[in-house]
Design a protein around this ligand. Structure first.
Ligand code: HEM
Length: 337
């Protein structure tokens, strides 16, 4: 036991250090998380979305499998888009179109690169500016932005419903028809997506990065990785490699290695092993594990198949009974069981 004392102490120190760091950063994440404003209002004070709408939208999102239908802030399934990025892009394009018509009398995509760049600058100013009032808990949105939000919300209402115009797109995203059948819940879902986009495009107070550290990428409003982001990413990789190198170096130069000659056994040691009664009793457990593993692999293949056919399995409309979100969830959960 004595010879292990030093190792136990090192392990203890590493554990304590790791949990202190985990606790500290957990607290930081909690304190620095993006706020959920009490209300988003237009310039006349009319309510667009409330905190309750956003939270109800989050529940609506979870009710359809949440992170198994696309991603939010980059977390989830890769089949459908990242809704945050998609919402920001569509909202900014809607906003740019209104400016292009007003300033140049043409749609945004018909402008010269120079004129487009001018509008990108304006979009960056308009979207990144933080209008969250901590005292009232309200965020004020410009009339152009509200119009653009209404446009995106109408599109999402069709996409998550059963509008035949968007059938092909739903297939490409492996979303079942009428993904969220209740129109009121779809409206709440929009509030949640909008809030995720607002947090990802609005600068933190007194800083030049958004609440989500400029994530997801959106060049139209200057959502690029910040210098800190790049430096910390590189230094974490370098630190990891340095750490691994140090362990190998210390092991090679500061510990004694005595190489015992390997004696070849006369009989295969495995043939000498006698199973204990408790080991024998494990066959039931192993059978369950094997069955779960088999189910998981089958569900994995089934889920992957949605990538090719969208809603069908060799022509059978399986999305009506086992949508992508469900097969993916079971696939992941079977590993946990
Ligand atoms: C033939 C075997 C397998 C196939 C064809 C398969 C296929 C898939 C597919 C299509 C996805 C969804 C990807 C997405 O859009 O997000 C997925 C996700 C996942 N699979 Fe598998 N899988 C297999 C085996 C396994 C095994 C053995 C495990 C674990 C023990 C596993 C764990 C996971 C996990 C954790 C995810 C979620 C990943 C994420 O969200 O980033 N899979 N798999």
């Amino acid at each position: 036991m004595k010879e292990y004392k030093r190792l136990w102490m090192i392990l203890g120190l590493i554990m304590v250090g790791s949990f202190i760091l985990l606790g500290y950063f957990g607290k930081e994440i909690y304190n620095e998380r993006p706020p959920i404003p009490a209300e988003f209002v237009d310039e006349s004070g009319k309510t667009i979305y409330t905190e309750a709408d956003i939270l109800a939208g989050q529940s609506a999102w979870q009710s359809i499998g949440g992170m198994s239908v696309g991603t939010v802030w980059g977390h989830g399934a890769y089949q459908a888009p990242d809704w945050t990025a998609d919402w920001i892009h569509r909202e900014v394009l809607g906003w740019l179109d209104q400016q292009a018509q007003r300033e140049f009398g043409k749609p945004y995509d018909q402008l010269s690169e120079r004129d487009q760049a001018t509008l990108h600058y304006d979009a960056q100013q308009a979207f990144r500016k933080n209008t969250y009032d901590q005292a009232t808990g309200k965020v004020t949105l410009s009339a152009d932005r509200v119009r653009s939000i209404e446009g995106v919300a109408a599109y999402y209402d069709k996409l998550f419903g059963s509008d035949p115009e968007l059938h092909k797109l739903r297939e490409a995203y492996a979303m079942k028809e009428d993904t969220l059948p209740d129109a009121d819940k779809r409206a709440k879902l929009n509030a949640f997506f909008f809030w995720s986009a607002w947090a990802a495009s609005t600068n933190r107070p007194n800083l030049d990065v958004t609440y989500t550290n400029n994530w997801p990428h959106e060049p139209l409003i200057g959502n690029h990785p910040s210098a800190e982001n790049v430096i910390w990413s590189i230094s974490s990789v370098v630190t990891l490699i340095f750490g691994i190198g140090s362990v190998i170096w210390i092991w090679a130069f500061f510990t004694r290695h005595e190489h015992d000659e390997i004696v070849i056994p006369e009989r295969d040691p495995l043939t000498l092993v006698k199973l204990t009664p408790s080991q024998k009793a494990l066959w039931k457990y192993l059978l369950v594990v094997a069955a779960l593993f088999f189910t998981q692999v089958m569900l994995g293949g089934f889920t992957a198949h949605y990538t090719v056919e969208g809603q069908d399995f060799y022509g059978i409309p399986v999305a009506d009974w086992l949508p992508y979100s469900l097969t993916r969830t079971w696939h992941i959960q079977s590993a946990i069981f």
